[in-house]
Structure formats: C-alpha cells, structure tokens
Design a protein. Structure first.
Length: 427
C-alpha cells in the first residue's frame, strides 16, 4: 500500500488507472511481440517449405536428366568396346575409337561430378566404409589413366613405398579421389611432361598418397581458391581443356568425409605442383586380415541371361557383347514379356533396367525371386543412394549406373552368381 500513502481517494484512483494503463500497454506490446514472433516463425517455416520443395524438384530434375543423358551412352560404349576388339583395325581406326572413348568418359564424368557435388552440398553423400588396400586402388586408377597419358606423351611414374597401405574407406569414392588427382595433371601438363604418383608413411598411423606433375604450376592467388567449386586455376587452360571445375572440390569434401585431408603445393607458375591425400592407416594386423580375404579372378561360366530394357539399342549392344562372352541371352523390353519368358525358361541371371513401360525392374525382380532364386543386376540411369537402396531391397545384388562398361558388367555378373552384394553404385 506504500504507493498510496498520503493520497486521497481520487489520487489513489488515478494511480491505479495509470498503472493499469501501463500494464495494458505492456500486455499489448507483449501480445504484439508474440504475434510478430509467430508471424516471423510462420514466414520462416513457409520459406523452408518452399526451399525444400525446390530442392525436391531439383533432385528430381537432376535424376531425370542423369537418366536421359546416361541411357543413350550405354549402346554407344558397348558398340565401341565391340569395335575395339576387332583384330583388323588400322592405326587411324584405333585413334578414332580412342577419341570416342575419351569423350564418352568425359561426358560420364561431368554427369557424375554434377550429381556428386549436389549430394555433397546437401549433405546427402552416403559412404560405405570398409578396409581398402590403398596401393591396389591407386594402381588400378593409374592403369586406367595410362592410355590417356600416353596419348599426350606423358610419363607416369608409380612409386608406392608406404609399408602401411590399408585404410578404412569407401572403395569407390577413394578411387574417385585418386582419379581426380591424376586426371588433373594429365589434363594440364604439357606434352612430354612427367607425373609421379607416390606413397609414404610419415608415421605408423598415417598413409599419404601424392600426385606431382611438371605442369603449368599455380600462383599463390590460384592456390587460395583451387579447391573452390567451378575453379580450374589458369583461365586460358580452362577454356582449352573444358570441364566443370568440380573435381578438386569434390575430392576435398570426400577426403574430409573420410577423416582425412587433401592439400596442394606449388612453387609458382610453370613449376611443379603436387596434391597430397592424407588418411589414417590401418594397423598391420587388420591390414593382414584384409589381404587374406583377397579373391582372385576366375573364368566365367556360360550363363542363360534374361536381359530387359525398353531402350532397344542398349539391348542390341549388350546382347552382342554378352553373346561374344559365351552367354545365352534372351531379350525383352517390358515386365510382362519378361515374366512370360521366365515362365517358359530357366534363367541363371536377370539383367534389367529399372524404368520399364509397364512397371519397374524392381517389380520384375520381386516376381522372379518368388518363382526361383534368380540373382539380378539392375542397370539404370538413376543412381542416387535411394535408387540403389530400393534396388537392393527388391532383391538385386548389384546396381550398375549407365553407361555400362563391359569390364564392370562382367565383374558384376561374377559377383551376382557367387552371391556377393554390392552396396555402392558402380558403372
């Protein structure tokens, strides 16, 4: 009652009224503040929903674009591989076929880089970790790239000295890092230059692999942005060699996802450059266990294969290549005709596209597994993690992403008939 001491009745009433007014104004301000907060929250939620819807639309568009771009490449590369085995080729023919292959692989890599960059940017890249022989993976990449290096008269030197060379990694993504580190110097090193791929152990628990070249080098300002997306360093070379400039950005993100680092070093323009991937090395005991599980290649037996794809050129090209390997191939173009063929014949293996006119390859796989325990390989232009998981859940043991290379298809056939499941995308 202290505020009212010494006040008459009218003064007390005025005091109460003024304080009530202050409280009312404060309450109104609080309500207005709460309403404004709710309005802002609703607006943020609405903006979030719009962004999420836009991202879903973008993901769908990229998936469809990838499928439409990849599918026509499969018959092209299949016919190319068939022509490359012809014994009557002239030197000019071989050079032309090599040029075709380089450009097909370039387009495929551009598609893969764009999709990988999108997945990484949205934190949707899923990795399948397992012990990996890093020396074997590096050697595989070097052998794949040697032909392109020779076409530029580049000398590739392999110097793998690390004693601890096993790491925990996603095998496909680890090779992708090495691929990008090697393709860049092949692209930017002038003719007759040298590229050296080496490994070492700066300590017992660290594995390093480095790629050094005698190429165009990098100035300090280029070094600062070399791992930025869409960056290729020297602008004049960028216009000449093409590409999206995503390889190093993707590789650095993949290295970090593996708990490793990717660093660059150069003494300046027209001097040597090097890139070093550093990862934790597995202890020797675990490495020995990995080595003991290595499986040697074995000759494939002739199989009765049901090939299903609504892209007729793809079917014709793959049928020819598989028949050359001694397999008996039945071709259909939709789920219904495939099931009719499966009722009349006993097949050893199903190879099917996912998107079919009257259903999906997953529907077909489920139905065929209900009839008989037939292994299956999915071939598709769709290759995100969700697509692969759905294929595996339907019963496919492999999911190959178009364009399909014969070597990868043969390896997938071998794994499928021996019961090995591949969880990572491959093509």
């Amino acid at each position: 009652m202290e505020p009212f001491v010494g006040q008459n009745e009218n003064q007390s009433l005025l005091t109460v009224q003024s304080r009530t007014a202050v409280l009312a104004i404060t309450a109104m301000a609080l309500c207005a503040g709460m309403a404004e907060r709710r309005r802002v929250e609703d607006e943020l939620q609405q903006q979030k929903s719009i962004v999420e819807a836009a991202n879903r639309t973008k993901d769908h568009f990229l998936a469809m674009l990838s499928h439409e771009l990849r599918t026509p490449l499969t018959p092209v590369i299949s016919v190319l591989e068939s022509l490359e085995t012809e014994p009557t080729q002239t030197g000019d023919t071989k050079a032309s076929l090599a040029m075709i292959r380089r450009n097909i692989e370039l387009e495929t890599q551009l598609i893969d880089d764009l999709l990988d960059f999108t997945r990484i940017a949205r934190d949707k890249m899923q990795l399948r970790f397992a012990p990996v022989d890093a020396h074997q993976a590096v050697s595989n990449v070097v052998e794949i790239c040697r032909a392109e290096a020779r076409s530029k008269n580049l000398h590739v030197h392999l110097n793998l000295r690390a004693k601890s060379c096993h790491v925990t990694a996603d095998a496909a993504k680890f090779q992708q890092i090495i691929w990008n580190l090697l393709k860049n110097p092949i692209k930017f090193t002038p003719e007759a230059g040298d590229i050296t791929v080496s490994s070492d152990n700066p300590s017992e628990t660290v594995f390093n692999v480095s790629v050094r070249d005698t190429g165009i080098g990098m100035e300090p300002e280029v070094m600062q942005r070399i791992f930025d997306p869409f960056e290729q360093g020297n602008r004049s070379f960028e216009r000449r060699v093409g590409g999206l400039g995503l390889g190093l950005a993707i590789s650095k993100s993949l290295a970090q996802a593996h708990g490793g680092t990717l660093t660059a070093q150069s003494d300046g323009a027209n001097r040597d450059s090097s890139f070093t991937l550093s990862m934790e090395a597995l202890p020797q005991g675990e490495a020995a266990s990995v080595t003991s599980k290595a499986v040697t290649d074995r000759a494939q037996q002739a199989l009765k294969i049901l090939l299903v794809d609504d892209h007729h050129d793809t079917c014709a090209a793959l049928e020819k290549l598989l028949a050359r390997r001694g397999h008996l191939v039945a071709v259909t173009h939709d789920v219904r005709s495939a099931m009719d063929a499966a009722v009349r014949n006993k097949f050893d293996l199903l190879i099917s596209d996912i998107a079919l006119p009257d259903g999906t390859g997953m529907d077909l796989m489920i139905q065929m597994r209900a009839m008989a325990n037939v292994p299956g390989i999915a071939i598709s232009g769709f290759g995100n993690n969700g697509d692969i998981e759905r294929s595996l859940q339907a019963g496919f043991s492999q999911h190959l992403i178009k364009p399909i290379k014969l070597d990868n298809l043969e390896a997938a056939i071998d794994r499928a008939v021996t019961g090995h499941v591949t969880l990572a995308p491959s093509n």
